[in-house]
Ligand binder design. Structure first.
Ligand code: GRF
Length: 203
């Protein structure tokens, strides 16, 4: 498969996926990084490993309509013959045109057990704060397909983690993130082997 990663931040999941490829665990090519933030850590990682970067944001393309904006993503994804889009800390909503063109070909990782602690405002450290404030004793990660309903696409994998009495949001984030690094590549591997079906390949 040809993979495109979308990221806006540190890019530690992006780095972990590259590591999984370099160790031979994954066979797909990680061809392209799409980002809205040209100064983010993920861009530095892409440069380090010679992965092409496409920087696109509404700040650059202010005057085009939604279809044209989606079209820019789609033509870049087609140019690289992308089979799977992996969202790894991408802070923008994916445009509807892209979601429909790549139906069941976009996956996201969320640092909590959806459908709890998802939706608007639930990103980064906010998620872990909300988990602690709620008093739940278990958190974890969710990998899901991306569809029109934000954070509500079909769930592919969930992994659980106990919340400790002495956890704070930073410790929780660190422990969840290290699980993410392991399991996101495992999901991609299962897509490669066909155990998880993507696109129209359901039978
Ligand atoms: C991760 O916690 C991921 O679950 C969420 O955004 C964060 C990205 O972290 N969607 P990183 O940029 O991969 O370090």
């Amino acid at each position: 498969m040809n993979i495109c990663v979308f990221a806006s931040g540190n890019g530690s999941n992006f780095r972990a996926i590259i590591g999984a490829k370099r160790s031979g665990f994954l066979s797909s090519d990680i061809c392209l990084l799409i980002t809205n933030n040209s100064g983010c850590g993920a861009v530095g990682i892409a440069k380090q490993y010679g992965i092409d970067v496409y920087h696109i944001s509404r700040y650059i393309f202010k005057d085009i309509d939604e279809d044209e904006y989606s079209g820019l993503f789609i033509s870049k994804l087609k140019e690289y013959k992308i089979d799977l889009i992996v969202l790894a800390g991408y802070m923008k909503k994916i445009d509807t045109g892209v979601i429909h063109e790549y139906s069941r070909r976009i996956i996201n990782i969320h640092p909590a057990i959806l459908p709890s602690f998802g939706g608007s405002g639930m990103y980064g450290i906010n998620v872990h704060k909300a988990v602690l404030n709620s008093g739940v004793k278990v958190t974890g990660l969710t990998v899901h397909f991306v569809d029109d309903n934000y954070d509500k696409g079909e769930i592919i994998l969930q992994k659980f983690l106990d919340v400790h009495d002495d956890d704070n949001e930073d410790s929780l984030q660190k422990r969840v993130l290290s699980m993410e690094h392991k399991y996101y590549s495992e999901v991609i591997k299962e897509i490669e082997t066909g155990k998880i079906k993507i696109g129209n390949n359901f039978s």
